[in-house]
Design a protein around this ligand. Structure first.
Ligand code: ADP
Length: 479
């Protein structure tokens, strides 16, 4: 990286910001400061960035999708040429294990390939007319200027997942990445700059999210905000967007049930749970949050889980021998401690872990933790855990589906069973956008990722994401 203080990228140019306050970007594995971003500054420049996106919209939208795809293809190639640097940057600023960071780089490139293929086959329709001398066509049009606000847990994939489909259909963009992981975004925009995408179509701004989010919501030139993050912030954006009646895509997290029936292949379920619970130290929106074990397999599964969890190695993600990296920040450590204390006070039993490893390892590490006898009145049951903490509850029959649905979230759910009719019935009854059936890693770039209830609305991935950045216009011809 060429700069210690990151610059905004507006209208095809890097802009140094004179800020009154800067935010330090930490490596969560050792608390080393990696960079700083401007935090509070004269935010009128955000409106300038929106203006440039607005002014470049028509000419970008006029290009053929093949021309727009060509830019995206070149970007993908450059990301792949720099894949090691991207992976290392992701690990340094987010803490995730290097192998997972490498997968994220490939996953991001796969998104670009999928979106390009889908964009080239995105279609409208002809609609039969009720009058002989009329013809009706419905065509898809790009919405306009899109604002994207992204989280820190997938610093590259979340950016790509939002801006590439928007750009491919002809929208222009302004992005505010998470303050915890801005360097990956910076590097992506260095490549965007290298390719010479037309000026203004992709803009990058850093800083205090509250005023910037407010400007995004207030500015009439932005037609849509695409956001992945917390429910609280999603609600603020929804409320603030009502003045200008903006479209929104909101992905606000999950509280995924992971149900292991008595007829499951237990080894598959165990392997799946370990991946689903401990990937990214449990900090993904689709991480297993509430684990339901059938009473017939409870003891056997729990013993195997304890043995496997004891083998997990916590440490710096750059060391390929480690499997669980740090949490993102101090707040996340405190949150876990609070959730665990509350659960124990209300009767949960702690079988493994339970403590911060910050003193011992010098970063925001937390012990892989196992809690059993967890009940619905505990905070840990109701909140998104976002950490390497497995919470277990025993079940006996179909009441498990009601228990699983008893949450404000509706993103992912997992069921492990060999019984096909049970799998179908359960997956149809679960209130969520994604069900993994004997599958703990359901993400696929061509599939419609997203949820229901307070997880939000809108879908990302495949043609679904592209459609979200277009509107239907119908043309009525009198001939
Ligand atoms: P998390 O708690 O997982 O970090 P947040 O919802 O706080 O989730 O953050 C996700 C993204 O939302 C980040 O880019 C963050 O900067 C941004 N953000 C936080 N607060 C606001 C806000 N009030 N308005 C707009 N964006 C916000």
């Amino acid at each position: 990286m060429s700069d210690y203080i990151l610059k905004n990228y507006i209208n095809g140019q890097w802009r140094t910001i004179e800020a009154t306050e800067y935010y330090k970007v930490n490596n969560p594995a050792n608390l080393e400061v990696l960079a700083e971003i401007p935090w509070n500054y004269d935010f009128s420049i955000i409106n300038t960035a929106i203006d440039t996106a607005y002014n470049s919209f028509r000419s970008w939208a006029k290009l053929s999708v093949y021309e727009r795809a060509e830019f995206c293809e070149r970007l993908k190639k450059l990301i792949l040429d720099n894949k090691d640097e991207f992976a290392k940057t992701i690990t340094l600023e987010s803490g995730k294990i290097i192998k997972e960071a490498e997968s994220e780089v490939f996953y991001s490139c796969d998104y670009i390939s999928t979106y390009i293929a889908e964009a080239k086959s995105l279609r409208g329709e002809t609609i039969p007319s009720h009058i002989e001398e009329k013809r009706i066509l419905a065509v898809r049009q790009p919405l306009g200027v899109i604002a994207a606000i992204t989280p820190w847990n997938f610093p590259l994939a979340m950016l790509i997942r939002k801006i590439i489909p928007a750009l491919l259909v002809g929208c222009t963009t302004i992005v505010k990445p998470s303050e915890e992981t801005p360097i990956t975004a910076y590097k992506l925009f260095e490549l965007i700059d290298k390719i010479k995408f037309p000026a203004g179509i992709a803009n990058l701004v850093f800083g205090n999210p509250q005023p910037i989010g407010m400007i995004f919501c207030d500015n009439e030139k932005i037609v849509k905000v695409s956001f992945t993050g917390s429910v609280d912030v999603g609600k603020i954006l929804m409320k603030n967007s009502s003045n200008t009646v903006k479209k929104l895509t909101l992905e606000l997290g999950g509280n995924a049930p992971f149900i292991v029936y008595e007829d499951a292949n237990l080894q598959d379920a165990l392997d799946g749970l370990i991946r689903c619970k401990f990937r990214n130290a449990g900090q993904t929106c689709i991480s297993a949050n509430r684990i339901f074990l059938h009473n017939k397999i409870y003891d056997d599964f729990l013993n195997k889980l304890i043995t496997t969890m004891k083998q997990l190695k916590v440490g710096n993600g750059l060391d390929p021998n480690n499997n669980v990296g740090p949490l993102i920040n101090e707040q996340a450590l405190h949150k876990l401690e609070g959730l665990i204390t509350d659960a124990i006070q209300k009767g949960a039993k702690l079988l493994l872990g339970g403590k911060s490893l910050k003193e011992k390892l010098g970063g925001y590490f937390f012990e892989p933790t196992l809690l059993v006898d967890v009940t619905s009145d505990m905070k840990i049951w109701n909140e998104e855990i976002f950490g390497p903490v497995a919470v277990i509850r025993k079940f006996e029959s179909d009441e498990v589906i009601d228990l699983a649905n008893n949450t404000k979230y509706g993103l992912a759910a997992y069921i492990f069973t060999q019984n096909i009719s049970r799998a179908i019935k359960a997956s149809e009854s679960l209130e969520c956008g994604i069900v993994g059936i004997n599958d703990s890693t359901p993400s696929a770039t061509q599939a419609p990722f997203g949820g229901i209830k307070q997880t939000g609305f809108g879908r990302e991935g495949g043609k679904y994401a592209l459609e979200e950045f277009t509107y239907l216009k119908y043309l009525s011809f009198k001939i």
